[in-house]
Design a protein around this ligand. Sequence first.
Ligand code: 13P
Ligand code: ZN
Length: 276
Amino acid sequence: MSIMDVKFVNGFVRMCNDGWLQGWHERNGGNLSYRIKPEEVEEVRQYFHEPSEWKEIGTSVPDLANEYFMVTGSGKYFRNVILDPEDTSAIIELDDKGENYRVLWGLCNGGRPTSELPSHLMNHEVKKKASNGAHRVIYHAHTTNVIALTFVLPLDDAVFTRELWEMATECPVVFPDGVGVVGWMVPGGRDIAVATSELMKKYDVAIWAHHGMFASGPDFDLTFGLMHTVEKSAEILVKTLSMSPTKLQTITPQNFRDLARDFKVTLPEEFLYEKK
Ligand code: 13P
Ligand code: ZN
């Protein structure tokens, strides 16, 4: 028996490798976090070492007080997670105020959790509330095509949502709430965490201009699938724009309304505007 036999640990490591195989994680790019269920904490407790010192998160997440997370390490490469999870990732515990964390497992050769820990935890806090506890995964990836689009499309939620929806019929069913966009900001701190978590109140996807994407979901499959769907749609848009600046035909607002009816999803009218 090893910690890799625990289902959530295995799922975490597999997702890191899946992201690497997609080409979204050059060098140490991207990070992943999972909010561990209480019964899952008991499955891994036997592997915990002496807790590290408490360290500041860099923001305050009181609604996550005393919760446990599995997170990737700062500066660690996704391509190495499958080879050495204990070096590249960590299990951390938050204190009773949600202001400090300590490492209970992993980062065995030193280091600290991802520099995007404030964004991960603030997104977890928002999504835990918005989903009544269902969402547990926050994933940040450097998705090539979405990043490319942030140089040519206006940095506007409605424009990105509508353009991405139009590129694949399944998109409005997979992300019916749309996507939010954060203009360029310095990564790794509280300010970008606040801006991102504000968007996460409304969306499951937030795009960081000229940087990448954050996705939130209840489990590894749904969160990876969401990232994959948005990025594939962006790839189709990049290809389409590369062939021609205009579309000869597309999915129309009325097509989206018909789709919403049959697939029983609600598509906000704010994204079904008439284009000039
Ligand atoms: P970390 O190596 O600290 O996780 O940072 C990678 C990254 O993508 C920053 O946005
Ligand atoms: Zn990044």
